[in-house]
Design a binder for this molecule. Structure first.
Ligand SMILES: Cc1cc2nc3c(=O)[nH]c(=O)nc-3n(C[C@H](O)[C@H](O)[C@H](O)COP(=O)(O)OP(=O)(O)OC[C@H]3O[C@@H](n4cnc5c(N)ncnc54)[C@H](O)[C@@H]3O)c2cc1C
Length: 330
């Protein structure tokens, strides 16, 4: 549903996933004018359920967001979200303006905001292996807390492709005794790590994986460069995670390399304040490891911090206005 936009809002929330809608809900309930602009591609869209979310465990991702949008609208917030075709809310630019910011959308509109809450999430850069992308979020997975229970006791493979891969192998071993570590493009386990893997019963298969193969719409296993085939029911990968933040260039706000080598994120303090005054960030755009609950909670914290900042500004302006009125009377 497309709604009429005002020229300026107290807050424009860029990104209407779990984080953005949670922040918008807090702000709308704080009687702030709020517009959520959303491009309609939440990170967990391929998954059939949101797991580990207290009270809503297993809810389909689209249903959670639909509930969130209607809660925001209930308090007068506006949402230009991915439920329109084509999506109306993709922000492509942000720039400083008098009293705040102006953001521009892909379809050529612009809107003002006193403050920005950026909750655009991240892009999972998947390893380039034939057939892998098509299984992403189904039986090619990354997060044991999201999918571990669903693949418990199954034949699991872990595809080494980044610095988190080894850690992932040890983690998935918690959910299944049948874990195979494919060294693929590395990093290769050290002697000490190889001993640890062996002690935990994790088999190590050397060589590059060239394809993920399926049968009857299920993962069947992986094909190796030497032609070998290893049957697996699930494959864990560690994508490089890159904050969606290109549109913040005009504000001089750029993602930084994550210290753990997991990808790129927009740094912030504990309340979600970014390096640019007036811009808050929450969810996966700043915390690459946050799940849905943590993303929503962080955005609620950021929204309260942002509202407090607006209250201070409102008070400062009221004092200025009252002093001006007093000096006019003299
Ligand atoms: C396959 C998979 C399964 C998962 N399963 C679970 C699970 O079971 N439980 C769990 O807790 N977590 C799960 N997660 C993690 C979960 O997806 C994230 O924690 C969550 O999506 C983070 O919320 P977010 O609001 O920060 O980002 P997102 O949900 O990605 O939302 C960001 C929104 O911003 C929009 N956006 C991006 N750029 C722009 C722009 N320029 N202008 C406007 N809008 C923009 C996007 O289109 C998107 O709608 C899973 C992740 C994946 C990849």
């Amino acid at each position: 549903m497309t709604e009429e936009w005002k020229n300026t809002y107290d807050v424009v929330v860029v990104g209407g996933g779990a984080a953005g809608l949670s922040g918008a809900l807090m702000l709308a309930r704080a009687r702030r004018s709020v517009l959520v602009l959303d491009a309609g591609a939440p990170r967990n869209a391929p998954a059939d359920g949101v797991h580990g979310l207290l009270g809503l465990d297993g809810i389909p991702p689209a249903e959670l967001l639909e509930r969130g949008r209607s809660e925001v609208r209930r308090y007068g917030g506006s949402v230009a979200a991915g439920d329109t075709v084509p999506a109306t809310g993709e922000v492509v630019s942000a720039a400083p303006a008098k009293d705040g910011f102006v953001v521009g959308t892909r379809d050529g509109r612009s809107v003002g905001a006193r403050r920005l809450l950026v909750t655009t999430g991240l892009v999972d850069e998947l390893p380039e292996v034939d057939g892998l992308r098509a299984r992403w979020g189904r039986d090619v997975v990354h997060c044991p807390y999201c999918h571990g229970w669903e693949v418990r006791d199954r034949a699991i493979g872990v595809l080494a492709s980044g610095p988190l891969s080894l850690h992932q192998a040890f983690l998935f071993r918690q959910w299944s005794a049948d874990v195979v570590f494919f060294t693929h493009t590395g990093p290769q386990p050290s002697a000490e790590e190889a001993e640890q893997l062996a002690a935990r019963g994790v088999a190590v298969v050397p060589g590059e994986v060239t394809a993920v193969e399926t049968a009857e719409d299920r993962l069947a296993g992986v094909r190796l460069a030497d032609g070998g085939f290893v049957a697996r029911e699930a494959l864990a990968v560690a994508p490089r995670m890159v904050a969606r933040a290109g549109f913040l260039d005009g504000l001089g706000l750029r993602p930084a390399e994550h210290p753990g080598g997991a990808g790129e994120y927009v740094p912030s303090d504990a309340a979600g304040r970014s390096a640019v005054p007036g811009v808050w960030v929450a969810g996966n755009v700043t915390d690459l490891a946050a799940q849905v609950g943590a993303s929503a909670a962080a955005a609620a914290t950021a929204a309260a911090s942002l509202n407090a900042d607006l209250v201070e500004e409102d008070t400062r302006r009221a004092v200025e206005a009252s002093r001006d009125a007093a000096s006019d009377d003299r």
